[in-house]
Design a protein around this ligand. Sequence first.
Ligand SMILES: Cc1cc2nc3c(=O)[nH]c(=O)nc-3n(C[C@H](O)[C@H](O)[C@H](O)COP(=O)(O)O)c2cc1C
Length: 366
Amino acid sequence: MSDAMQPVSFHSIEMPNRFALAPMTRTSAEVDGTPNTLMADHYEGYAKGGFGLVITEGTYTDDKASQGYANQPGIVSDSQVEAWTTIVNRVHAAGSKIFVQLMHAGAQFQANHYTDQPIGPSDVVPKGAPLSFYGDQTAWQTPSTMTEADIQTAIDGFAQSAANAKAAGFDGIEIHGANGYLLNQFLSTHFNRRDDNYGGSLENRLRLVVEVVHAIRKAVGDGYPVGIRLSQGTVTDPDYQLPEGAAGFRRIVEAVRDAGADVVHTTDGDVNRKHFTDGDQSLASVAADVQGIDLILNGGITETNYQEVANQFPGVLLAVGKKALANPDFVQRLKDGKEIAEIDFGMLQPKATITNELAWRKRNAA
Ligand SMILES: Cc1cc2nc3c(=O)[nH]c(=O)nc-3n(C[C@H](O)[C@H](O)[C@H](O)COP(=O)(O)O)c2cc1C
C-alpha cells in the first residue's frame, strides 16, 4: 500500500490516510450564510469517499465586510455555528477529520449580505475580471482603504470565528492567507500600497497576518490545530511573485509559525512549480525546509503523481481539488484500482453550486 494510504498522525490528529479535500467554494449556503443539508450531504460524501481530512470552503468571519460571494457560508451567527456542528458530526461519523477554512474576502468581493462596500489594504482592485461562476458581477468595485479600526474588526472576526469553529467541533482551522483574499492582499505589493505599519517592507506587509494568527491562537488556546494557507498567486493573477523571492516566502512561513500556527498549506498551479523570482525552489520545498511546522501541499496532485509527492515530502498531507470534484470518492477509487475521471467544468456552470453539480451528474449518468 502506498505511503499516502497509511494512517498518519498529523499534528497529533489521527487520520486514516494522507489525503485532504482542498477547500472549494460552492456558494450553496442559505442567503444568510447558514450551511444546509445540501452542504452536509456534500461534505459527508467526501468523507465517505475516503478523504482523511476534509477542509471546508472559504467561510466568512464577521457580519461586516468579510463575505465575498452570495450564498457563501459564514461561521458567525448561532444558526451558522449550529449548522456547521451538524456537518462536523456527519463527517466524523463517516470516519474523517474536518477543518474549516476562515476567509475574509477583502477586495476580492462580489456580493455581501451585510454591506455593499468592499474594504482592502488600499483602494486597488484585483487584476482581471470577477469570477462568473461565483456571481454576476461584471467589474470589481473599488475597495475603501482599511482604517486601523477596520483592521481590528477583521482580526476580531477571525478570532471569534476560530473560537466558534472549536465550539462547533472542528478538528482545527485553516486561515485563508492565499489566492488573493484579504490576508494575501496585505502580503501582495499589487494590493498593498500602504505607507503605515501595515505596508511597505515585507515585515510590515506581514503584520496583519501575524496579528491574526496571534489572535486566533489566543482565542482557541494551546494544542488546537491552527493552519494557514499560503500562495503567491491569486485567483485572477496566478503568476504573481513576491518581490522578496524564496527568502521572503521562507520568512512568511517562519513568521506564522512563530505567531502560533502549526500547519502551513501551500498552494500553487502545480505543487512542484518553481516560480520564485530567484532560485529553483517550489513553495512546497521552501516550506518543507522550515522546522517546526506541519505541511499540507496542494496543486495538480492526481492519481499519477501522488505517490511521488508523498515520497518526496514525508509526512505531509496531500490536498486534492479538481480531481476530488470529478471523483468525490477519489481515495477509495485509488484503493480499489478504479478509473479516475477528468474534471468537466460543466459541473460548475453557470454557477459553482452543489445544485448545479447534482443536475450535471444526473444529466451525465448513463
Ligand atoms: C470550484 C473551486 C472553488 C475553490 N474555492 C476555494 C476556496 O474556497 N478556498 C481556497 O483556498 N481555494 C479554493 N479553490 C482552490 C483549490 O483549493 C485548489 O487550490 C485548486 O483547485 C488547485 O488544486 P487542484 O490542482 O488539486 O485542483 C477552489 C477551486 C475550485 C476549482
